[in-house]
Design a protein around this ligand. Structure first.
Ligand SMILES: *[C@@H]1O[C@H](CO)[C@@H](O)[C@H](O)[C@H]1NC(C)=O
Ligand SMILES: *[C@@H]1O[C@H](CO)[C@@H](O)[C@H](O)[C@H]1NC(C)=O
Ligand SMILES: CC(=O)N[C@H]1CO[C@H](CO)[C@@H](O)[C@@H]1O
Length: 354
C-alpha cells in the first residue's frame, strides 16, 4: 500500500513537473522559425563590445547607453570590466560613444547598470535614473547630467524593500518613478525555480519620497516599462508571457489595466518615439540561447514596431531579425527620427538609418 502511494505521488509529481517543463519551454522560446530580415544601412557601433542593455535618447539627439550588465548566470564578454554609461550624439554624421565621467564619491567599482530613464525638468535640467546591481543587489541611482563637461553628478542612491529585483525604470519627476521587479527571488537558484514553475509574482512599484507602493502585479517577469508621450499611459512588457500590458495612469499614480497586446516573442525593453507615439521593442527570440550562451548556437535578435497600441487594431511590424550572426540578444530598440539604435544584453550595438 505504502509503495503504491509512493508510486502514485511520484507519478503526480512527474506529471506536475512535465507540465511545468512544457509551459516553461513555451515561455522561454518562441515557437516560430524566424527568417532573417535585415535593414540596408546598418553598422555595428565601434567602442561598444560588452553590452548596451538600455538606451534612452533625449529630444536633442543625445543617447545615453548603459553598458556592462552582469547578472548571475548571464554571459559577459568583459567580466572584469566595470559598468559604464556611454553617451552618443546622434546628430553627428558618424556618432561615436564616449564614456561619461561620473562624479567622485560614487562607488564605480561595483557599478552594474541595467535599465535607465531620463527626465527633463521644467528648468531643462536633465536627470538620469539608473537601475544598479552593486553586489547583485538592486538600487536606483539618480544623476544630474552636466553638459558643459559631459559628466554625471551623483545625487542619491535609492533602496527600498519593495525594490528587490529591479529591471527597468521610467522617471516621473526628479525624485519619483515606476520600476519593474523582474523576479520575486533575487537569488539565482530560486530565480530559476520561479521561472521554471511559471510563478506570476513580479510587479510594478511606484516610488516617491513620500510613498512607495505596488501599482501592478501578476507578471511572469515584468521587464521593460515606459510611458506614452503625453504621460497618460504606461506600457509594461512581460518577457515570459510575450506581451505588453497597457495601463492608464491615475492622478494618484495608481495604474488601471486597459488591455494586453499579445505577441509571439520575448519582449525586453520598450521605447516610445516621442513624436509618433510608436512603441519600439527589443526582443529575444530564444531565451535558452541567451541564458546558456554558446558561440556555436548564438542568441538572435528581433525588433518590433507597434503603432496605435491604444486602438482596436494595433499594427505590429517586424522591422529587423537576425540569427545572432550580426547582433546577439537584442534588449532594446529606439529611434531618433530616421535613426535606429539596437542594443543588446551583453553584445554590441547596431546603428541603422531607416
Ligand atoms: C525553440 O524553438 C525552435 C523553433 O521552434 C526549436 O527549433 C528549438 O528546438 C526550441 N528550443 C528549445 C530549447 O525548446
Ligand atoms: C487612486 O485613484 C483611483 C481612481 O480615482 C482609486 O480607485 C484608488 O483607490 C486610488 N488609490 C489610492 C492608493 O489612493
Ligand atoms: C531604448 C529603450 O526603450 N529604453 C527604455 C527602457 O526602459 C526605460 C524605462 O522605461 C526607458 O526609459 C528606456 O527608454
Amino acid at each position: 500500500m505504502g509503495k503504491l502511494l509512493a508510486f502514485a505521488l511520484l507519478g503526480l509529481a512527474g506529471a506536475f513537473f512535465g507540465a511545468r517543463l512544457i509551459e516553461f519551454r513555451n515561455r522561454i522560446n518562441v515557437s516560430r522559425e524566424l527568417k532573417p530580415k535585415r535593414l540596408p544601412n546598418c553598422h555595428l557601433i565601434k567602442g561598444i563590445e560588452a553590452g548596451s542593455e538600455d538606451i534612452d535618447i533625449l529630444p536633442n539627439g543625445l543617447a545615453f547607453i548603459s553598458s556592462g550588465l552582469k547578472y548571475p548566470g548571464m554571459h559577459s564578454f568583459a567580466p572584469d570590466k566595470r559598468g559604464e554609461i556611454l553617451l552618443m550624439d546622434l546628430n553627428e554624421p558618424n556618432p561615436r560613444p564616449v564614456d561619461v565621467r561620473i562624479s567622485r564619491g560614487f562607488d564605480l567599482a561595483h557599478f552594474i547598470p541595467h535599465g535607465i530613464s531620463t527626465y527633463i525638468a521644467d528648468d531643462d535640467s536633465v536627470y538620469l535614473f539608473v537601475v544598479n546591481h552593486p553586489q547583485y543587489k538592486s538600487t536606483v541611482e539618480v544623476f544630474k547630467y552636466v553638459e558643459d563637461d559631459n559628466s554625471l553628478v551623483h545625487l542619491k542612491t535609492i533602496k527600498h524593500d519593495l525594490l528587490y529585483s529591479v529591471n527597468d525604470i521610467v522617471a516621473l519627476s526628479p525624485d519619483s518613478f515606476y520600476a519593474t521587479n523582474d523576479h520575486y527571488f533575487p537569488e539565482m537558484p530560486l530565480m530559476f525555480l520561479e521561472m521554471f514553475l511559471s510563478l506570476t509574482w513580479t510587479n510594478v512599484i511606484y516610488y516617491s519620497p513620500n510613498e512607495v507602493r505596488e501599482v501592478a502585479s501578476g507578471f511572469y517577469s515584468a521587464n521593460g516599462i515606459n510611458s506614452s508621450p503625453d504621460g497618460q499611459y504606461v506600457y509594461v512588457a512581460d518577457i515570459l508571457d510575450h506581451n505588453i500590458h497597457v495601463f492608464q495612469k491615475q492622478a494618484n499614480f495608481s495604474l488601471t489595466p486597459l488591455k494586453v497586446l499579445q505577441t509571439d516573442t520575448l519582449i525586453d525593453n520598450l521605447s516610445v518615439d516621442p513624436y509618433t507615439g510608436d512603441i519600439w521593442a527589443g526582443c529575444h527570440i530564444n531565451g535558452f540561447k541567451l541564458f546558456f550562451y554558446s558561440p556555436d548556437n548564438l542568441p538572435g535578435s528581433e525588433v518590433l514596431r507597434i503603432q496605435d497600441i491604444l486602438s482596436e487594431k494595433p499594427v505590429v511590424s517586424q522591422v529587423y531579425v537576425d540569427d545572432g550572426s550580426v547582433i546577439q540578444g537584442c534588449s532594446v530598440a529606439t529611434v531618433y527620427g530616421k535613426k535606429l539604435l539596437i542594443g543588446t544584453v551583453f553584445h554590441r550595438a547596431l546603428y541603422c538609418e531607416l
